[in-house]
Design a protein around this ligand. Structure first.
Ligand code: CA
Length: 407
């Protein structure tokens, strides 16, 4: 869903790229390409001008906004290299749902209680979920990104690796300026901005003027428009009021690990009958059909996820991000930390190792659906098939142990 709202700011807020392989899958293709220049960007702006005007950007706005726009080589670097690192889900959650972030979130909710309640009533999205998105995207508005959005988008459109995407975002950004919604705005290196890090195209499609001042302003100190816009976004994608995103569960001894995938969806009574219980050992609450997810393999926490999980996925497709949002919201509601331990002795595979894993799986007869470094459903299914063939627990977790066995 990164086409709409990119969780890029996570990288800055959480010190280092997260699980970026699922955020921008094609990220390393530009590696090795020659870096552009200020003069090159200026020539590109002139060539882009007629296209922007044809798309409805007034000439005066275009000229005032983009003449003198600065080329930023660091933005290009980030765009090309963001796939190099990844974190395990437990490292990610340690930061995403730290005690600090929970405490700051409780303060933010207390401060904005009336606003959040009004938004929740109008859009049907709970205050804690909105606060969790706010908390992960900008540390509750305290870190909204300080790079000029127009400069980042122009640089990326000019760089050309994903020219059409960033040109469209730049045109949307120029329309924000043209409409007087904000004078100048800053954001993440990829052009996501404001309290909940909207891309300009998401602003166009989903931003609302909640405080009624005539501007859809996601960038000011007042988070009203940004939080309501986030609620509007989640409602659009099907948020179900009162339904949990998921909950931590325990699996019974001898559980069939073929069942632990988003692809297997069953009514809660079926999971209950198979012996699954909440982390506290209670019967499962019935919130409709759900799936069992093991984001850290069989030695980590298990979750029963519901359709709201797929709604958060529209913000950012990384499982770690979705669980981070959901779990932070649960903590803000007073819920407990995750009960299970994680296999902290395992480390995350590097991009090269992930590609090697896929390559070797394919050559061993387990189709990973391509060699791109993304640990998507096909790769996880291939890992499961390999584990089964070797008599291992088929949890689908792409560990170094699996790679070593494949070697
Ligand atoms: Ca407004």
């Amino acid at each position: 869903m990164m086409r709409a709202l990119v969780g890029m700011i996570l990288a800055a807020v959480l010190q280092g790229p997260v699980v970026a392989q699922t955020i921008l899958p094609d990220a390393v293709e530009g590696a090795g390409k020659e870096m552009g220049s200020q003069a090159g960007l200026e020539a590109w702006v002139e060539a882009f001008r007629p296209r922007a005007l044809a798309a409805g950007v007034p000439a005066a706005t275009f000229d005032a906004s983009l003449r003198g726009v600065e080329f930023n080589p660091k933005v290009v670097e980030r765009d090309r290299n963001q796939n190099e690192f990844s974190k395990t889900i437990w490292d990610y959650l340690d930061t995403a749902v730290s005690e600090d972030r929970v405490a700051l979130g409780l303060k933010a909710i207390a401060k904005h209680r009336a606003l959040l309640d009004r938004i929740a009533a109008e859009y049907g999205v709970e205050a804690e979920i909105l606060a969790a998105v706010w908390g992960l995207e900008s540390a509750y508005g305290t870190y909204r990104g300080d790079l000029p959005v127009l400069g980042s988008l122009a640089t990326l459109a000019y760089d050309g690796r994903r020219a059409a995407f960033f040109e469209a975002e730049l045109i949307a950004a120029l329309k924000i300026i043209d409409g007087g919604h904000v004078q100048t705005f800053t954001g993440s290196w990829a052009g996501a901005s404001g309290h909940t890090q909207f891309m300009p195209s998401s602003w166009e499609a989903f931003a609302v003027d909640f405080d009624g001042d005539g501007k859809r302003n996601l960038w000011g100190e007042d988070p009203a428009d940004a939080l309501a816009s986030t609620a509007n976004y989640l409602r659009h994608w099907g948020w179900t009021t009162g339904q949990p995103w998921g909950l931590e569960v325990t699996l019974p001894e001898g559980f069939d690990y073929d069942q632990t995938t988003e692809r297997v969806v069953k009514p809660v009574p079926d999971w209950q009958a198979m012996g699954i219980r909440t982390a506290a050992g209670a019967d499962l609450p019935d919130h409709g059909p759900g799936s069992i997810l093991l984001p850290g393999g069989h030695r980590g926490a298990a979750f029963l996820i519901f359709p709201n999980f797929q709604v958060i996925e529209k913000y950012n497709t990384a499982d770690a991000y979705i669980i981070g949002i959901g779990h932070l919201a649960d903590r803000l509601k007073g819920g407990p930390p995750i009960a299970a331990t994680w296999p902290r002795d395992l480390r995350a595979l590097t991009l090269d190792e992930r590609k090697e894993l896929q390559d070797r799986l394919g050559r061993a007869g387990f189709d990973p659906g391509g060699v791109d470094g993304r640990m998507g459903p096909k790769t996880i299914a291939a890992v499961k098939a390999f584990q089964k063939a070797r008599g291992l627990i088929p949890d689908g977790y792409p560990s170094l142990e699996i790679l070593t066995l494949l070697r």
